[in-house]
Design a protein around this ligand. Sequence first.
Ligand code: B12
Length: 429
Amino acid sequence: MDRGVQVVGIAGPDRLDGPPSLNLDYSMKGARSVISMALPMDVSAIDAFLSKRSPAPHNLDQFINYQRLFRVETELADYLISLGYKARALPTSADYRRSPYVFSLQPAFSMRYAAIASGIAGQGWSGNVITKEYGAAVYLGAVITDALLDGDLPLPADYFYETRCKQCRCCARSCPSRMFSDQENERYLLNGELYTRGKRRSVDLCKISCFGLHSLSYDRKWTNWGLHWIDDWVEKEPNPKKKTALMAAMLRKGLTTGDSMPRFDILKRLCTRLYPGEVSRFLPSLDHFPQDESERYRILAAFISSLEIHGIDNYPIPMVCGQCALVCGPEPEETRRRYKLLTSSGLVVPGEKGRMTKVETYEEASLLRRRYPLKSPFYRNLRDTFDSLYLWHRYYFGLDLRGHLQAIRYRRRMKKALSDNTNHKTSSM
Ligand code: B12
């Protein structure tokens, strides 16, 4: 808290019984407790993002805060180490477990489950966790340690589902590809209790929107800040049950943009490495971020090339979506306000010289896309394909046998908990 993190909580070993990604041993042998923390996303940057004024402040906010969290985590871990314990600051994202399917994105450690177990947040309908203070629009961090710490009190299971999400569902309607249902739910087991969230139709749909491969909403009234549309999905929604078709669409599009690898690499570096002092040297604070859009892009592009990532100077915006978290404010009225901002502010598409241009209607957007098509040269796509395959396979290809065995056991326990729950309900009727 001295470092300006207002939302902090602890879970001891008695509160870490859940899905395999809550297993501390995977990230540090002998770890017994986790300290979770959350930093708020900047609301004026969210507004600029959702209203299609500019994606730059929110990207700046993410760059700064992922590094800030990592720095606070590292200081806390160093402090615990100085007291004689083992401790580890965890990467804030992009630390996926090895898998034969490299895009399965199972994290080494799930900060969301940890945040719930530590009492700083509750499960939200979107899958994001919600804090009382800032809603779901937060960045999460965690430190694990072998110190035996007393846990904080968690919120009741389904706290936010009962008090907010049941009536809201703005998050589900803010996802361009409708990754999760706005009606059906699914449940998971954590510390012996069942938690409810929106049923995911397919997590690949989320990756497609979050990586900017399809930015258009199904009603064609708004977009996120992604550059691309999957043409087949403009007229007809994809079928989420056809998993191979979804995966093929994702790869086909992702490998023809020419910049998939550097875009992901930005997130990977900012979330898995600490750059001492460098962020503040290259980046202004949000208060000192210029108003001029091309100047903002110049600053972000210079920062990205300072990380030694090249090839995306013209549109240095890696975070183009995340709208399910961005709309979710601390109060229902605030959520409705943000949702309205998103859905009533039209569309953005690349226009002249690739500049993102805001328009009111789908027809205008289509016209611009036809007039200024984005073309990435063949040799660039080829290089990007090789670079992407290399990066994803080098860091994420393999087999996490132990994790899979834990997942099988976990699924069994969950099935039993679900059937006990149904029996209990039937017998008490
Ligand atoms: C992978 C990932 C993604 C992926 C996939 C997202 C997804 N829906 O799973 C992509 C890139 C698409 C993504 C998008 C987003 N993300 Co993200 N992402 C993560 C990451 C690395 C892990 C998320 C996670 O927990 N996934 C999956 C597993 C663990 O959960 P699960 O599916 O419920 O698990 C089930 C099964 O898979 C199984 N299981 C669990 N563990 C394991 C392990 C094995 C081996 C097996 C076989 C099975 C298994 O059991 C579970 C119950 O059935 C975290 C960082 C971190 N290390 O925690 C950030 C994180 C969750 N993301 C975050 C954010 C903000 C976002 C976005 C809003 C975009 C953005 N950055 O602005 C969107 C939101 C999308 C959404 N509605 O979920 C924040 C969350 C903030 C919050 N309030 O909750 C995090 C914590 C990053 C951070 N440090 O702040 N994300």
